[in-house]
Design a protein around this ligand. Structure first.
Ligand SMILES: O=c1ccn([C@@H]2O[C@H](COP(=O)(O)OP(=O)(O)O[C@H]3O[C@H](CO)[C@@H](O)[C@H](O)[C@H]3O)[C@@H](O)[C@H]2O)c(=O)[nH]1
Ligand SMILES: [Mn+2]
Length: 727
């Protein structure tokens, strides 16, 4: 028996957690019992409101049970790089790396190439690395940036190797200026300075091209690839472009130390207005095909253009799973968490995925594997192309090496031409290959990643979650409220869309023989969107009833109050503890609670409504790329952790109205505290949570304050809610 290449460990403290969960569960049962047995008589004022509370609490109880699946027995993986090295040496498989970008304005080319350089510089035999950049913007600016990067790589890669640079994104590395190699020999500092200058100059050229929107004529003469843009093409209407900028097999192309370089390919698949391009899923599928004629590696790593590699050993880390003799053959993909480098200390928009990263994905890992979350994920090419799991499946780890040898004998132009033909619109359309359905990433869902991963799990494969101490990938989180709301709308809509489609985890998953807790885990995200309705109800109705003197909870002196208080306190204390354990601050947790409310009442509500409209055929799914840049003024407020309401957006009306309504109800309540204890507490917490919203409405003077029309509209809605006699 050979030693395993990775180990699996259980998180500690589970007995305690389960005890907590059981008591909360009992509390939920008791509280529902009270609700069901104390319904006001027909005709009395609060009956409808009461039944609504019952429905909301039934939902919350059910959803809470769903979330237990990932907390029951989370696990952690540990890999043994030394064993991998001892067993395989440099006899490692080829790896294709896909980087996706879509728009040079919201994703600046200089950011994109920093990511590309970081993945070219992996601590891995360069002859076995092939990097593909998919540019859905079809932009000459991005192509130009990549061409610059292909030249800079000749300095950057040897520099990284020689000094063990970390992280290997030049942007991230040079940003940490205290990293100057002080203790190294004097020439190290000299080299550091010269590489930094080269990098700064390159970035300046790329950025200035991006500013002016075109590439200087004399530069365009330097590479044949620029001629693709001679005929004035637009991002939505252009021919397929495939340019091999570095051919790793060409011995004449080497870095400044004479080593081979990774293959580097620019791809902009064909776009025509009459063909739907299927967003990122379409881009990924084009890359799968294009790469199959150039390198055809058995392993594919995919990253978003803002997710640079922060750990140069990650490929070896992932291979510890795939190459493990005992269970490696079951693993379809290895997912790494999404970490961000632009979060502020207290996480004003609740964008750190800490709890998802540390708890939920680890929890899913115990039941069959984490979701595929679109970036930082290593796939087997075969599973991505639709293969079912069979116990006797044997990967051909030499594939790719063979293809590359064949390809060496072919003329470069021929490969490019073949690749182009695979990146046309007509290819998927004419050829009945079932791309986007059985083959490749799935189409028609705004979380193409999650649905694709689910299909892979249902074909019998497992996945693995790896979260090494040094983060494998680091990217950019949205820095404004509007961007955050937008991103969560896309996510909640996509996941709910899956839940109500034929891919519903409980139906499709069962057929695929995934386990019930695994299906529940998927449903945590699938049911984000419908959470909006009970949450909105809970944030509005009890407060309104407080104002109007309708009690909805047991009195302070009633023993029935105990389960309500216990569930509320225990659940929130646990959630705060969990957040702290995952690395958030207490204030960050508190901000997270506010964002939880905001997301549920805006993004998730919109996601819910749009999914319903979608399934009635009234709207079409979209994918709005989130911006990775913000203007200076906005960026400053983000640093100061002030919420950004500057650009009016209809969602803010909901945020402002809910906040205002609770303030009015708390101020105007005319009720006895003992009868209304829970309602006062609930309303009070909502008001406290919303303090930053009141500031934005009534106090702040900066450009990020709540726009006046929004405040006005929310006042209108609140007045309406107060005068219409609902209850
Ligand atoms: O038509 C498109 C649209 C987007 N993208 C790329 O998709 C990636 C993700 O887009 P982004 O706007 O950054 O969305 P996020 O919300 O940050 O993305 C998360 O959620 C997506 C699904 O909604 C996943 O695809 C991503 O991997 C995951 O990081 C970016 O690299 C884009 O360039 C394309 O290539 N083509
Ligand atoms: Mn992103």
């Amino acid at each position: 028996m050979e030693e395993r290449l990775f180990a699996t460990e259980k998180h500690g403290g589970r007995a305690l957690y389960r005890l907590h969960a059981v008591t909360v569960f009992l509390g939920i049962c008791l509280l529902l019992c009270y609700r069901a047995t104390h319904v006001p008589a027909a005709g009395s004022g609060g009956r409808a409101a009461w039944l609504g509370m019952l429905a909301a609490e039934l939902w919350f109880g059910f959803y809470w049970v769903i979330t237990q699946s990932v907390r029951w027995c989370p696990i952690r993986r540990r890999t043994f790089h030394d064993r991998l090295a001892a067993r395989f040496g440099e006899r490692l498989p080829c790896v294709d790396i896909f980087v996706c970008t879509a728009d040079p304005r919201s994703e600046p080319p200089s950011l994109v190439v920093a990511t590309v350089l970081s993945v070219m510089a992996y601590n891995y035999p360069p002859a076995k690395l092939n990097v593909y950049l998919s540019d859905d913007g079809g932009s000459i600016l991005t192509f130009y940036a990549l061409w610059e990067a292909s030249a800079f790589a000749k300095h950057w890669l040897p520099f990284c190797r020689r000094y063990g640079v970390e992280p290997r994104s030049p942007a991230a590395y040079f940003a940490q200026s205290d990293e100057k190699p002080r203790h190294d020999p004097p020439h190290a500092l000299q080299e550091w300075t010269s590489v930094k200058n080269l990098y700064d100059e390159m970035t300046e050229r790329i950025d200035s091209a991006a500013r002016t929107g075109n590439v200087p004529e004399e530069t365009r003469a330097k590479h044949k690839g620029f001629s693709e843009w001679d005929t004035g093409i637009t991002s939505k209407d252009h021919h397929p472009i495939v340019q091999i900028l570095i051919d790793g097999k060409d011995k004449a192309v080497a870095d400044n130390e004479g080593n081979v370089l990774p293959t580097l390919v620019y791809v902009a698949r064909e776009k025509r207005p009459q063909y739907h391009h299927n967003f990122k899923a379409g881009a990924m599928n084009a890359l799968i095909r294009v790469s199959s004629v150039i390198s055809n590696s058995p392993i594919i790593l995919n990253v978003d253009c803002d997710m640079y590699s922060n750990n140069s050993d990650t490929i070896r880390d992932a291979l510890c799973f795939f190459l493990d003799e005992e269970t490696g053959h079951r693993i379809a993909f290895v997912q790494y968490p999404q970490n961000y480098n632009n979060l502020t200390k207290n996480n004003i928009y609740g964008n750190s995925l800490n709890v998802i990263n540390q708890v939920e994905l680890s929890g899913l890992d115990a039941w069959g594997g984490p979701l595929y979350i679109g970036t930082g994920c290593f796939h087997r090419r075969e599973t991505l192309c639709g293969r079912r799991f069979t116990e006797d499946y044997k990967e051909d780890w030499d594939r790719g090496t063979k293809e590359q040898q064949q390809h060496r004998h072919r003329v470069d132009g021929e490969t490019e031409a073949k690749a182009k033909s695979l990146a046309t619109c007509a290819y998927e359309h004419d050829d009945d290959t079932r791309w986007g359905d059985e083959v490749g990433l799935k189409y028609g869902c705004s979380v193409e990643d999650v649905i694709t991963g689910l299909a892979i799990h249902c074909r019998g494969w497992e996945s693995v979650y790896s979260n090494p101490a040094r983060a494998a990938f680091v990217g950019v989180a949205p820095t404004t409220l509007a961007q955050t709301i937008l991103q969560h709308k896309r996510w909640s809509e996509g996941n709910f869309g899956i839940f109500v489609s034929r891919y519903c985890p409980f139906v499709f998953g069962r057929r695929g023989k995934t386990r019930l807790p695994h299906q529940m885990g998927y449903s945590i995200y699938g049911l984000w969107a419908p959470n909006s309705l009970p949450t909105l109800y809970y944030a509005v109705v009890p407060s309104l009833c407080l104002l109007k003197g309708t009690p909805l909870f047991p009195e302070l002196t009633s023993p029935w109050i105990a389960p309500f208080v216990y569930v509320a306190v225990a659940k929130n204390v646990y959630s705060a503890w969990e957040a702290l354990w995952c690395g958030d601050t207490l204030r960050g947790w508190w901000n997270g609670q506010r964002m939880w409310l905001v997301r549920r009442t805006t993004s998730y509500l919109y996601g819910f409504v749009d999914t319903v409209r979608d399934s009635l055929g009234l709207s079409k799914m979209g994918f709005v790329v989130s911006s990775k840049v913000s203007d200076e003024d906005e960026a400053k407020r983000y640093e100061q952790e002030m919420m950004e309401f500057g650009t009016a957006s209809p969602e803010y009306v909901i945020v402002a109205a809910v906040a205002l309504l609770n303030l009015v109800c708390l101020a105007g309540m005319a009720a006895a505290l003992d009868v209304f204890f829970v309602q006062v507490a609930l309303c009070g917490v909502l008001v406290l949570l919303n303090v930053p919203v009141y500031e934005a409405m009534f106090v702040r003077k900066d450009r990020g304050r709540m726009p006046f029309p929004i405040t006005l509209a929310s006042v209108g809605f609140v007045t309406l809610a107060l005068i219409v006699p609902f209850f």
